[in-house]
Design a protein around this ligand. Structure first.
Ligand SMILES: [Zn+2]
Length: 77
């Protein structure tokens, strides 16, 4: 059994994230696709922005801060 690297809850299979943080990562990545098409923003810039805006939900913010602190989780290539 593995545990979420962010909050320590039981992780999903094939993941180091719990279902909440996995959901947040999924939505974070799909909204990044839209941002990239619209503005050409890089993944790192996008993560920075997420950490700054208030609209980011708590789970998304957790994931963004985890990525910013150097844990790449599953950044798009
Ligand atoms: Zn978690």
């Amino acid at each position: 059994m593995t545990f979420c690297t962010i909050c320590g809850r039981v992780a999903l299979n094939e993941s180091n994230l719990c279902r909440y943080h996995q959901d947040a990562l999924d939505s974070l990545r799909s909204s990044y696709e839209r941002w990239r098409e619209a503005s050409g923003v890089s993944w790192e810039e996008y993560i920075e922005k997420l950490c700054q805006i208030d609209e980011s939900g708590r789970w998304v913010l957790d994931v963004a801060e985890q990525i910013r602190s150097g844990d790449d989780l599953s950044a798009p290539t």
